[in-house]
Write a protein that binds this ligand. Structure first.
Ligand code: MLT
Length: 407
């Protein structure tokens, strides 16, 4: 055998590819339908003017020999690493130095690739439901055992639902890697300072590494919810953090992210910062110069204001989705510090059943909760990334449909 047999174990298609395929089939059969997309978290606002100006200026630089840039530094240009250290960390009183920040082409790839730093035998825990990339990337590496159609035999699932207020319990069995995400994808819930403090204490005690995804941190409003795990004392010895410009600044197409690997984070006497640099410099030639220039423009005074306005726009959509559900008697979480709203499917339907009903009867696309893990069964996620007009129209259609389904 010459192929990676681990691929034989994973579900045949990636969750969002399966959703897209079902929508394609529906649209082919119903060409007249005006389908509203509240499924995958893809942005609809155009790039902020400050970002577009930076892109144009960077393209012009590439046209002139004196300012032309070829291969960039593998870990990213200093101007962006410094801007992130100042704008994302110093700004919240956290000390992260530019040489701990690695520029990537998206948190999806960074959070999928990070597992390469760890042993094949490293035991993994994820919250359940969870962003499927963490699970599938470890499954491809052969770390999760066998899949019975619902669960992986060697994966620790930390259930999060309304019975535990979406707060994952510390693992009951020994694990070495723990993926956490706050604001959470898919549930839209957040981890409190107290919860994170307990997780950091756990990781320190157990020698575990926390892989903390803050791709949605720009959606946090107010000061109560931590924006970085490094707000917690001692986290720089136990945690790697992933941040992204995708949802914050509309970079889902441009692609730019960062990963923080603290200098103090060592395991088996080895620096994980050095391992990640080694991995990246072998397998990655860097995010394009013009994209890094565009990302750094989000930290100028004007850029900051413009991207904030876009995040606020999506948050208004999220509030509307949540209040529409609640007015129809469907209890929901998320949508406050997050672009995602999560709820149990009305009338006790299962996730795909509700997906089909919503598409057929209201021409709305959402994401079936079961695609995010066994605890997502019977749940559903709606995203706030469509336009305000489409979201209002979706709210009207939901308000008409939901009472009928719950009855
Ligand atoms: C989602 O809808 O969960 C996200 O768009 C997926 C991603 O960021 O890769």
């Amino acid at each position: 055998m010459i192929t990676n047999q681990n691929f034989g174990e994973i579900p045949q298609s990636y969750l969002f590819s399966e959703v897209a395929e079902r929508v394609r089939r529906f649209e082919a059969q119903h060409p007249e339908a005006r389908v509203l997309r509240l499924g995958i978290g893809d942005v609809t606002r155009p790039l902020a003017p400050a970002v577009v100006d930076a892109l144009h200026a960077a393209v012009d630089e590439q046209a002139v020999a004196a300012s032309f840039q070829g291969y960039g530094p593998e870990a990213g240009y200093a101007f962006l690493r410094e801007a992130i250290a100042a704008g994302e960390y110093a700004a919240i009183g956290v000390d992260v130095s530019p040489d701990e920040i690695f520029i990537g082409d998206g948190s999806k790839s960074d959070s999928a690739n990070i597992q390469e730093l760890f042993a094949d035998t490293a035991r993994v825990a994820v919250t359940d439901p969870v962003y499927p990339v963490y699970v599938d990337s470890n499954a491809m590496a052969g770390r999760l055992g066998t899949f019975d159609g619902e669960r992986w035999s060697e994966l620790t699932y930390l259930r999060c639902d309304d019975t535990n207020e979406y707060r994952p319990a510390l693992p009951a069995e020994p694990v070495e890697l723990v993926y956490l995400c706050s604001p959470n994808n898919p549930t839209g819930t957040t981890m409190s300072r107290e919860d994170l403090t307990a997780w950091v204490a756990y990781a320190r005690e157990a020698g575990a590494v926390i892989l903390f995804d803050v791709a949605y941190r720009a959606f946090i409003t107010g000061d109560d919810v931590p924006r970085s795990i490094y707000e917690i004392e001692g986290a720089d010895e136990v945690a790697i953090e992933f941040g992204s410009f995708s949802k914050t600044a509309g970079f889902t197409g441009l692609r730019c992210s960062w990963t923080v690997v603290p200098q103090k984070l060592r395991r088996d006497g080895v620096s994980l910062n050095a391992l990640w640099l080694r991995r990246q410099s072998t397998k990655f030639n860097g995010t394009p110069y013009i994209v890094q220039r565009a990302a750094s423009a989000t930290y100028s005074a004007t850029g900051r204001e413009q991207v904030r306005a876009d995040v606020d726009y999506y948050l208004a959509n999220a509030r509307l989705i949540r209040s529409t559900l609640e007015s129809a008697g469907v209890a929901a979480v998320g949508g406050e510090h997050s672009p995602y709203v999560w709820f149990r499917c009305p009338g006790g339907m299962d996730s795909w059943e509700f997906f089909d009903v919503l598409l057929a009867e209201a021409q709305i696309v959402g994401t079936p909760g079961v695609g995010f893990g066994p605890a997502g069964a019977g749940h559903f996620r709606l995203s706030a990334f469509n336009t305000s007009e489409a979201t209002q129209e979706a709210a009207g259609r939901l308000a008409a449909l939901l009472p009928r389904l719950a009855a």
